[in-house]
Design a protein around this ligand. Structure first.
Ligand SMILES: Cc1cc2nc3c(=O)[nH]c(=O)nc-3n(C[C@H](O)[C@H](O)[C@H](O)COP(=O)(O)OP(=O)(O)OC[C@H]3O[C@@H](n4cnc5c(N)ncnc54)[C@H](O)[C@@H]3O)c2cc1C
Ligand code: FES
Length: 367
C-alpha cells in the first residue's frame, strides 16, 4: 500500500517537473518577439529587443520619457501617442487617461509592451533629456528626515534646466533591494549653476530610493540621473506670485527664488511654507533673508501642529486661511505649489475660490 502511494507521488512529481520545464520553454519561445522597430515622429527609427515596456526600451536607447513613479503605472507622466502598434489598452492605463487622450490613442509608455514594430509621436523637447553621471560633493542634514545633497557632474558636463524642473535619480542595488529604481526629485539649486545640482530628499519609511539616499549614500559616491523633466517651471511674466510648499516641496521653490534673485525681479511675492512642528522647519533663515533681497516678498512658515515646547509665535493651522491678505490682485496672480497631493488639491480649490485662474496655478504633486 505504502509502496503504491510512493509510486503515485513519484509519478505526479515527475509529470509536474516535465510540465514546469515545458512551461519555461513555451514562455521563452512565446515571449521571443525578436527585434522590433520603434519609429519616433516619423524621423528616427530605433531597433530594440522585443518584450520590454516601451518606456524602458526607449530608455535603453537614451530617449528618456518622464516617469515620476518609476514605471509603476501610478503617475501618468510617461504618456505618449501611439500611431501604430502598441496592442490593446490595459485596465491599468484607463484611470490615468482622459476621454480626449483615449481618442488620440495616448498611452502609458510604462504599460505598453513592445511586441512588434511600433510608431510613436513625442515632443521634440524629450530629445534634450539626457543621462548624467555625478559624484556626491555635499550632504546637509536639514532636519531629522530631510537631507540636501549636491551632485557634481563629471568634468566638462553641464545641465540646462528651468527653475522648478526635476530629475530622476537611478538607484543602485543595496542590502536586500536587488533592483534598480528611478524616482523624481526637484532640483533645488538655481539654473545659473550648471555643473552641479542640489536635491532636497525626505526619507519615506520603507521607501526604496529614499532609504538608499539616506542610509547608504556618502560623499564621493557616484550617482546617475536623467533629466531635466517637467512643465512645473517659473513663467517669465510680471504677475504677482504666491508660492505654497510643504516638506521637501521647498526644493523647486528654492530654485525659483534663487533664480529670481539673479534676474533681479520686481514681482510681488508671498511664500507660505507648511510644516507640522518646529523640528520640520528648515532653511528658515535663508528664506527670510529673501525679504531683504526683493522689494516686495514675505516668507510665512505655518505650523499645523506645533509642540508646546516649540513656543511658536507664528502662524498656525492650514495655510489656506492665510491667503486672503496675500492675494492682492487675483486676476494678476500666478501660484506655484509643491508638496503632497492632499495639500495641492486643498490649495488649488482655495485659490480658485479667491479668484485665481486655474490656468495660472502650476504645481508638482509629490504623491
Ligand atoms: C515631480 C516629482 C517631484 C518630486 N520631488 C521630490 C523632492 O524634491 N523631494 C522628495 O523628497 N520627494 C520628491 N518626490 C517624491 C519622490 O519621487 C518619491 O516618490 C519619494 O521620495 C518616495 O520614493 P521611495 O523610492 O523612497 O519610496 P517608494 O519605494 O516609492 O514607496 C514606499 C512606500 O511609501 C509610499 N510613499 C511613496 N512616496 C511617499 C511620500 N512622499 N509620502 C508618504 N508615503 C509615500 C508608497 O505608497 C509606498 O507604499 C517627487 C515626486 C514627483 C512626482
Ligand atoms: S511611469 Fe508613472 S505611470 Fe508610467
Amino acid at each position: 500500500m505504502l509502496l503504491t502511494i510512493l509510486k503515485d507521488v513519484a509519478v505526479l512529481a515527475g509529470i509536474s517537473g516535465v510540465l514546469a520545464i515545458l512551461l519555461v520553454i513555451a514562455e521563452r519561445w512565446l515571449n521571443n518577439y525578436g527585434d522590433c522597430k520603434i519609429n519616433i515622429n516619423g524621423k528616427r527609427e530605433l531597433t530594440v529587443k522585443g518584450g520590454n515596456s516601451l518606456l524602458s526600451s526607449l530608455g535603453e536607447k537614451q530617449v528618456f520619457l518622464p516617469s515620476a513613479c518609476g514605471g509603476r503605472g501610478s503617475c501618468g507622466a510617461c504618456k505618449c501617442q501611439i500611431l501604430e502598434g502598441g496592442g490593446p489598452l490595459l485596465p491599468t492605463e484607463k484611470p490615468l487617461l482622459s476621454q480626449a487622450e483615449l481618442a488620440d490613442n495616448i498611452r502609458l509608455s510604462c504599460q505598453v509592451k513592445v511586441k512588434s514594430d511600433i510608431s510613436i509621436q513625442i515632443p521634440d523637447s524629450i530629445f534634450n533629456i539626457r543621462k548624467f553621471s555625478s559624484v556626491i560633493s555635499e550632504i546637509i542634514d536639514f532636519t531629522y528626515d530631510i537631507k540636501g545633497i549636491t551632485f557634481k557632474l563629471d568634468e566638462g558636463e553641464t545641465i540646462d534646466f528651468k527653475a522648478g524642473q526635476y530629475v530622476q535619480l537611478i538607484t543602485e542595488p543595496y542590502g536586500k533591494v536587488r533592483q534598480r529604481v528611478s524616482r523624481a526629485y526637484s532640483i533645488s539649486s538655481k539654473p545659473e549653476i550648471n555643473t552641479s545640482i542640489q536635491l532636497i530628499i525626505r526619507l519615506v519609511p520603507e521607501g526604496i530610493c529614499t532609504t538608499w539616499v539616506h542610509q547608504n549614500l556618502k560623499l564621493g559616491d557616484r550617482v546617475n540621473f536623467t533629466g531635466p523633466y517637467g512643465d512645473f517651471f517659473l513663467r517669465d511674466t510680471e504677475a504677482d506670485i504666491l508660492f505654497v510648499a510643504g516638506g521637501s516641496g521647498k526644493a523647486p521653490i528654492k530654485s525659483m527664488l534663487e533664480h529670481l534673485q539673479v534676474v533681479g525681479t520686481q514681482r510681488k511675492m508671498t511664500y507660505f511654507f507648511g510644516a507640522r512642528s518646529l523640528k520640520d522647519l528648515y532653511l528658515t533663515k535663508e528664506m527670510k533673508a529673501f525679504e531683504q533681497v526683493f522689494p516686495d516678498f514675505r516668507y510665512v512658515p505655518v505650523l499645523s501642529n506645533p509642540d508646546p515646547d516649540d513656543n511658536w509665535q507664528g502662524e498656525t493651522g492650514y495655510v489656506m486661511p492665510h491667503f486672503k491678505n496675500a492675494i492682492r490682485d487675483p486676476q494678476n496672480t500666478e501660484a506655484y505649489l509643491c508638496g503632497s497631493p492632499g495639500m495641492i488639491n486643498a490649495v488649488c480649490k482655495a485659490l480658485q475660490e479667491q479668484g485665481v485662474a486655474a490656468d495660472k496655478i502650476y504645481y508638482d504633486s509629490f504623491g
